[in-house]
Design a protein. Structure first.
Length: 247
């Protein structure tokens, strides 16, 4: 039902949770499972807990890093028990389902879940475009991993029943995460060459990257930004060469 939406589990500790997550996915029509450095996989416990969804385990993609798991995705939503200080765009669970379905009509989408005890680390959230936190009882807001997967998969399924595919006129094509990372590296290189990063901390660069993640330029806009950076680089090089000649 959702050929362009994947569920990504990062460093899952208990293999039974992988099987339970696969079962939760299949009940809502999602079948693409990605596993980032699972502690134990394949595992008989995962197969047992998957019940009738062991076919998802058979086709699961095992990745060595989160970047590998989501590199070709344009929308990457990280689920976190608490919203960390990343300043990413925050979505509700309902918005997560709606946006995932809308974008999956023309691009790859990933819903990412972290470790059972510590969730997603900041290093993994750095590869997300958005983040979502599942609300609950403030005195006991502790969801099992498979329950969290079930809830967001339900929102995806529900959204698919309520909306129509966007028309070509309404559609905006967003770059993949790989393209966004390439832009961020290009920007940092240009800023370093210009001297603007002298004395600046790593946090300054991270904040700039987060700014563009929130703005979320589409493919054409990102191309325009990269063209501007390239032109600035050429002008900076020309000025540098002129200064060297004058010396």
């Amino acid at each position: 039902m959702f050929p362009k939406i994947r569920i990504v589990l990062v460093q899952t500790f208990h293999p039974g949770n992988i099987g339970s997550a696969a079962r939760a996915m299949k009940t809502m029509g999602l079948e693409r499972l990605y596993l980032v450095n699972p502690v134990s996989y394949p595992d008989a416990e995962a197969t047992r807990m998957a019940a009738g969804a062991s076919d998802l385990l058979d086709t699961a993609q095992v990745c060595e890093s989160m970047q590998e798991a989501v590199a070709d995705c344009s929308l990457v939503i990280g689920a976190s028990a608490r919203l960390r200080n990343q300043s990413l765009t925050e979505l509700t669970t309902r918005q997560t389902g709606t946006q995932a379905v809308q974008e999956s009509h023309h691009a790859e989408v990933a819903l990412v879940f972290g470790r059972e005890r510590t969730g997603l680390h900041n290093e993994e959230l750095a590869f997300c475009t958005h983040q979502v936190s599942i609300p609950g009882n403030p005195n006991y807001n502790i969801l099992n991993l498979a329950q969290a997967v079930q809830l967001l998969c339900y929102e995806v399924f529900q959204a698919s029943q309520e909306q129509q595919p966007p028309s070509t006129a309404e559609q905006r094509d967003y770059p993949s995460l790989d393209a966004v990372l390439g832009f961020e590296q290009h920007l940092e290189k240009a800023l370093e060459a210009s001297g603007m990063l002298k004395g600046a901390s790593h946090k300054s660069v991270a904040r700039l990257n987060t700014l563009f993640r929130r703005a979320r330029p589409d493919i054409q806009e990102l191309g325009l930004l990269r063209s501007m950076i390239s032109r600035m680089e050429k002008q900076g090089l020309a000025c540098q060469q002129a200064e060297e000649k004058s010396e």
